[in-house]
Write a protein that binds this ligand. Structure first.
Ligand code: 6A9
Length: 798
């Protein structure tokens, strides 16, 4: 136990490397994306995309009720537990009254900046945090932040708030040229009051020399405490602060305040006490820029940032009828801002379970029990350290990267800011190991690791996740080839063909490697099924299944045949391989790698064939998972999302004989159709709404987005069911948006999923990951107008 911190410090000596340095160098640091509120796990935390460097944040509490529990024995030093020692000290994103108040970014573009609202009913204040950077001209790279606090209506007069600002530098022990220190700056006048300034001066090999100014007007009290702490506790800002109060603080007016002791150190805490409303500013100026950012710049640049965000929203994602209202724009802007506000930079090591994926490639029944046992026996391994620049599904519950979520996130990022989306894509691809594996859940480093339960920490090198990142490359090529219009930020990749070519050439071998890894490691035993016409090479099974669980597939508890069996063939896994083969063909065509194409086409043909001969059940009139049962090929056929997979991954063309049956599953209100969207499972299934009820009835926005895109495609392609597809498309789009919007009005938030029977948002509030796809859905064409029958069906269906 004692060795762990030591071990970690040793690891810090290494500069994070990408797993595929030969093929894909870490993305070059791009000035306008260098700094940001890239610590989505805290309410407001700033850092650059540089490993082992600076980080900052704020914490706050009610100063008068804050310290009632002084003197309690300190438990294990984890950030969360320490929190209980000061009543309602706010720092990390928790499931608290802030979360329930629908806090979040109202306008935010990581390229420029934005503004976040944090209502805190418990501490009786509302906080606005602004962050803005200047990426052009002589002060490029500099940024400013402003924290504004106003007492809420029910606040007592003279409410006192303690605001804590901290700044730290990682890896100082091992960096001889790194510096961080605090000095008192000159007090200035603003309006009628004195402004206290604290200057933090820093030096770092990648950031150069810079100064961070903290400007504190109108305060009752302020003190700066500088200290040196060991690397293993450095990230535990809240714990360190509480410990400071306990060990170093002095009593003033019956309250605990810090002594003012400034100097050098790798951690600095500023305690500020304010009465009533207040604001404070943090300004970062690099010595390399010749113009200094000032408090006035924050104001003017902030106005510009909000303005440009709203304007850009209007031309990248203009809501179409009937959602072309101001209220829907505001809703969309909030959802998009919060997706962007969940963008984070992470670095650190990754724990894997140490089970040899090949040796444990099970062929017998009860294999999952043996695997479980093997996982227990195996010595966990530490890989990395790695870096990752990624969006997070939810800042509260899961502030870390998730592989298949990111493909959905980037569907919103790509049209907005292609280069930034491609940067994030490269960051993910750089995590690929030499076999072709990418960890599904990126719990990098101790700060992220202290939060989730054990099973979410260790990754297994045998486990896959849907390859949604391939979509991003495909849509990028669609933009490059003029199939899709682009109206986002200026893009070097789109303006310079040599750049985009070079990028695609770097990514292609990695995507191919992942494809080959997926085919090899998730392949399944088609032969055991003895289907005369089946192609033996194209059948897949998600590894890592447990009874009632399939985290790899992304649809964790969606019903699969029980118990898990080595003869299973998973429909969705097969379709995903097909998606990869199709997109690899597209890239190979673009790059003129003609010799690769026949292989992908052979696979694709066999996959398209096997979707029918292995997975279509004539008896059930739907697509199904299958397995060998009593020596015969047996179908497992819940009516639910997985049955739609061939449709939503593009395998059912307009004349396909099974298209109508798939549409029937969607459009039948006794099956998957609801007034709020398409639900994950039909009520006639015994698992409907049972156990965790995660993927067993609720409506998920990402899958509904996939359904809508396929309906849109079929609704704009000639075919016998074109009119039906259009009609369902319109209704579904209408239902989904109307429900998400209604929930937003009630809770100021998008949700992880929506209840199948009431439409109520549920599970995680503030899940602005793939649920933010409502923005893209609002901007999809209406497909209104040229089909009378379709219009009739819509009214009948209501
Ligand atoms: C839970 C909570 C203290 C589950 O959005 C991320 C993933 C998806 O990739 C997956 O498809 N979510 C979906 O089925 C959320 C996973 C959260 C796991 C961690 C820990 C601890 O809170």
């Amino acid at each position: 136990m004692l060795l762990l911190p030591l071990l970690y410090s040793t690891l810090l000596l290494l500069v994070p490397v990408s797993a595929s340095p030969d093929l894909l160098p870490s993305p070059a640091y791009n000035t306008s994306l260098l700094w940001g509120p890239y610590r989505p796990n805290v309410r407001f935390g700033i850092r650059p995309r540089v490993p082992q460097s600076l980080f900052m944040g704020i914490m706050w509490y009610n100063f008068d009720v804050g310290h009632k529990s002084r003197g309690i024995e300190l438990p294990q030093p984890t950030d969360r537990q320490y929190g209980s020692h000061i009543t309602d000290l706010r720092h990390t994103c928790e499931n608290d009254s802030i979360q329930a108040s629908g806090y979040g970014w109202t306008a935010y573009d990581p390229r420029v900046g934005g503004t976040q609202l944090i209502p805190d009913p418990t501490n009786k204040i509302n906080i606005t945090t602004e962050f803005v950077k200047i990426s052009e001209g002589q002060n490029r790279g500099n940024w400013g932040a402003r924290v504004k606090v106003t007492p809420r209506e029910d606040a007592p007069p003279g409410l006192r708030t303690a605001m804590v600002f901290y700044v730290g530098m990682e890896g100082m022990e091992n960096c001889s040229t790194c510096r961080l220190g605090a000095t008192e700056g000159r007090t200035t006048q603003r309006d009628d009051h004195a402004v206290r300034k604290t200057v933090f001066w820093t030096k770092h090999p990648q950031l150069g020399i810079s100064e961070i100014h903290l400007l504190i007007p109108k305060h009752e009290f302020a003190a700066v405490k500088s200290l040196n702490v060991t690397e293993d506790v450095l990230w535990q800002s809240k714990g360190l602060y509480v410990e400071l109060l306990k060990d170093n603080a002095i009593f003033k007016d019956g309250q605990l305040v810090l002594p003012n002791e400034l100097g050098k150190g790798n951690a600095h805490f500023v305690q500020m006490v304010f009465s009533g409303p207040f604001e404070a500013e943090i300004i970062y100026n690099s010595h390399e820029s010749t113009m200094e950012m000032t408090p006035l710049d924050i104001t003017t640049e902030m106005e510009k940032a909000v303005d440009s965000f709203q304007t850009r929203f209007g031309y990248v994602f203009p809501p179409t009828s009937p959602f072309d209202t101001e209220a829907h724009q505001e809703f969309g802007q909030s959802a998009l801002s919060n997706l962007f506000g969940g963008l984070g930079y992470f670095h650190g090591d990754l724990q894997v379970d140490g089970v040899d994926p090949i040796e444990n490639d099970e062929r017998e029944s009860n294999f999952w029990e043996k695997l479980e046992e093997a996982r227990k026996q195996a010595e966990p391994k530490t890989l990395g350290p790695y870096e990752l620049f990624a969006h997070t599904p939810s800042r509260m519950q899961f502030p870390r990267g998730f592989l298949w979520d990111e493909g959905f996130h980037l569907l919103l990022k790509l049209p907005w800011d292609a280069d930034s989306a491609l940067d994030i894509l490269q960051s993910w691809l750089a995590l690929m190991d030499s076999d072709g594996w990418i960890a599904r859940e990126q719990t990098l480093g101790p700060e992220l690791r202290h939060q989730p339960p054990g099973e979410h920490q260790e990754q297994s090198q045998a486990i896959a996740n849907p390859p949604t990142l391939f979509w991003v490359v495909s849509q990028f090529i669609d933009i490059l080839t003029g199939k899709v219009e682009y109206s986002g930020h200026e893009s070097k990749y789109l303006e310079q063909p040599d750049q985009s070519d070079a990028l695609l050439r770097r990514m292609y071998p990695l995507l191919k490697r992942h494809y080959e890894w997926f085919r090899r490691t998730q392949s399944a035993d088609v032969e055991a099924h003895s289907i005369p016409r089946a192609s033996l090479s194209e059948g897949y099974r998600w590894r890592g299944r447990t009874p009632n669980g399939n985290l790899a597939s992304g649809l964790d508890d969606y019903p699969r045949a029980e118990p898990p069996d080595p003869t299973e063939l998973h429909l969705d896994a097969l379709c995903w391989v097909g998606v990869m083969a199709r997109i690899l063909t597209q890239i190979a065509e673009y790059l003129e790698r003609d010799s690769d194409i026949p292989t992908y086409q052979t696979h694709l043909k066999a996959i398209t064939h096997n979707i029918e001969v292995i997975h279509w059940s004539e008896q059930h009139n739907q697509y199904c998972d299958t397995r060998v049962y009593d020596d015969t090929h047996d179908y497992y056929c819940p009516k639910g999302y997985i049955a739609l997979w061939p449709l939503i991954t593009g395998f059912l063309g307009p004349n396909h004989p099974h298209l109508n049956a798939s549409l029937n599953l969607i459009r039948d209100a006794t099956i998957l159709w609801t007034d709020y969207g398409v639900r994950s499972l039909s009520p006639d299934h015994p698992a409907y709404m049972t156990a965790g009820n995660y993927w067993r009835s609720p409506i998920w926005v990402n899958i509904n987005y996939m359904i809508l895109s396929s309906l849109h495609r079929l609704g704009t392609t000639p075919g016998p069911l074109k009119i039906r597809c259009r009609a369902i498309y319109r209704e579904l789009r209408y239902n989904l948006i109307t429900n998400a919007f209604r929930n937003y009005q009630a809770s100021h938030s998008v949700w992880e999923q929506y209840d199948a029977e009431t439409g109520q948002g549920q599970q995680t509030q503030g899940f602005a990951g793939w649920s933010a796809l409502v923005v893209r859905i609002m901007a999809m064409p209406t497909l209104e107008g040229d089909d009378r029958e379709g219009v009739r069906e819509r009214f009948l269906g209501a």
